[in-house]
Ligand binder design. Structure first.
Ligand SMILES: C[S@@+](CC[C@H](N)C(=O)[O-])C[C@H]1O[C@@H](n2cnc3c(N)ncnc32)[C@H](O)[C@@H]1O
Length: 483
């Protein structure tokens, strides 16, 4: 094994280093499963997102390793779990992601709004959208025909029933006209949330969580009429199961989602002070608006030595979770074209293309793992080399922006390539040590597969050791020493 966990520091090491390292070891030795705990509080459940971690995980780390007002960074923020927890705990959150939905989602989750005002606006939207369908149908049909270039149009046509398209267009037309940017973003997110659900939401897709989406073979409209696959209906049997789906009303789903999200909205200061004044609740910490931006974790626009804690979880290797595969189902409605999204997909860490990619030199153990995969599959090995090169750049950036004496906590899952465990936690720890980090502890947590959208199901062909690994994640503690 190419890493050694930092146990003892040289006698002349700063006392500060020792105390902080001991705290990290103690913390990362604790239970991080949180399976029986509620993860849906505040705005955490505004929208589904693959491989998000339970909010209790960043909560515990932020609470133990930072103070009020400290800067907490997640350079691959995803659905913004770290950012929201930092916000709720009165820390200054800083977040980046290259994914458009991650940006919209995180921004909305930490924006306080007046729920009565939002509710009024939304009521108007749904009424106007319904009216547009009943009174301006032919105009909407024309708009639908010219809204996208042919590739995006074909995508929408394949994945959405015509009446659903009409209702979604009527809704998004109204949402785009909302003058208040923050309410508009809140509504766009609810709109997206009713399309991207595990069961494919309003689309014709059957599963948008685990696998490549499949279109339902038999589809019933809201009135119970078969609009796709009516000829197949009698052909189901115990042996032949057809993917069958019943469509819901986009208007009802949108209203329901808005109501649900309104309950989790961060309260405005005036609303939060009231229960405190009446003695009902403890005062909450002062909240600092976070800084949320589009950005690449491999080149962060952040000053050197300015961050107090990093809590993040990077993508898996080899596109094991393909974020764009599900996200494009709503992003096409929010103004993105399929070709542009395809280009963006190539930029994600863990992507599969290695053409023109500039590789980094990798340390000993990591190189052995890559060499081992090369014997099995050269192409896969290049993808893994790309992944560890990208992870080298992100770790280098994390080291640069962290204050000395502070930590980056990274949650990673391993990947299996050609039947071999890529030992991600060992390789990342080794890469981190080469950069200058100390690694005092690698914790383990067991995944709750019912809750988290994770890479595709079971692999019956893999031995039980590897099966077990696929159900675990590692929590690596990286420490930037003071001296
Ligand atoms: C596992 S998810 C993070 C989930 C997050 N911890 C949560 O709780 O929602 C990984 C994220 O990394 C993002 N990502 C991929 N490549 C990136 C890059 N080059 N820079 C920044 N973010 C990137 C993906 O878009 C995805 O949102």
């Amino acid at each position: 094994m190419g890493i050694h966990l930092t146990k003892l520091l040289p006698p002349d090491a700063e006392r500060e280093d020792q105390t902080y390292l001991e705290k990290m070891v103690d913390l990362l030795s604790q239970d991080f499963d949180f399976h029986s705990q509620d993860s849906s509080y505040a705005s955490h459940n505004f929208h589904s997102f693959p491989a998000k971690f339970p909010p209790q995980l960043p909560h515990k780390l932020i609470q133990e390793l930072t103070h009020s007002g400290d800067a907490v960074l997640d350079p691959m923020m995803g659905s913004g779990t770290t950012l929201l927890e930092a916000f709720l705990l009165g820390r200054y959150g800083i977040g980046f992601d290259i994914d458009p939905l991650a940006f919209l989602l995180t921004k909305t989750k930490v924006t306080s709004l007046d729920s009565r005002q939002v509710f009024q606006v939304v009521r108007g939207i749904v009424e106007s959208a319904k009216l547009a369908i009943s009174e301006n149908r032919s105009e909407l049909e024309k708009q639908l025909a010219r809204r996208w270039e042919s590739k995006t149009r074909n995508f929408v046509e394949y994945w959405f029933a015509h009446e659903t398209q009409m209702a979604l267009l009527a809704l998004i037309n109204e949402i785009e006209q909302i003058p208040e940017e923050e309410i508009k973003a809140f509504c766009k997110l609810a709109f997206s949330a009713i399309i991207i659900t595990k069961s494919g939401g309003l689309s014709l897709a059957f599963d948008l969580a685990h696998t490549r989406p499949h279109r339902a073979k038999v589809v019933f409209d809201q009135a119970g009429q078969a609009i796709i696959g009516s000829d197949l209906i009698g052909k189901q049997s115990r042996r032949i199961k057809l993917l069958t789906k019943r469509l819901h009303s986009p208007f009802d789903e949108f209203e329901k989602r808005i109501q649900q999200n309104l309950k989790g909205l961060p309260k405005k200061m005036s609303d939060r002070i009231q229960p405190y004044l009446t003695g009902l609740f403890e005062p909450e910490p002062d909240r600092i608006p976070p800084r949320i931006s589009f950005g690449d974790a491999q080149a962060l626009p952040i000053d050197d030595s300015s961050i107090d804690l990093i809590v993040t979880s990077p993508p898996y290797a080899s596109n094991a979770i393909d974020y764009m595969r599900a996200h494009k189902f709503s992003l096409v409605w929010l103004g993105y074209a399929i070709d542009g999204l395809g280009e963006k997909r190539k930029e994600y860490i863990g992507g599969e293309s290695t053409t023109d990619f500039v590789f980094e030199a990798l340390p000993e153990h990591t190189s052995i793992i890559v060499a081992d995969i090369t014997k099995r599959d050269e192409k896969k090995a290049r993808v893994l080399r790309r992944y560890y090169s990208e992870r080298t750049r992100t770790l280098r950036e994390m080291f640069r922006v962290l204050k000395p004496g502070k930590a980056a906590i990274i949650v990673v899952g391993s990947s299996i390539m050609r039947g071999k465990d890529t030992e991600t936690q060992i390789c990342l720890a080794e890469i981190g040590q080469t950069i200058g980090f100390q690694v005092p502890k690698i914790g383990v947590r067991n995944l709750d597969r019912n809750r988290r959208m994770m890479p595709a199901g079971t692999h019956p062909d893999l031995d039980s050791q590897i099966q077990k690994r696929m159900h675990e994640e590692h929590i690596i503690g990286f420490y930037k020493p003071c001296a």
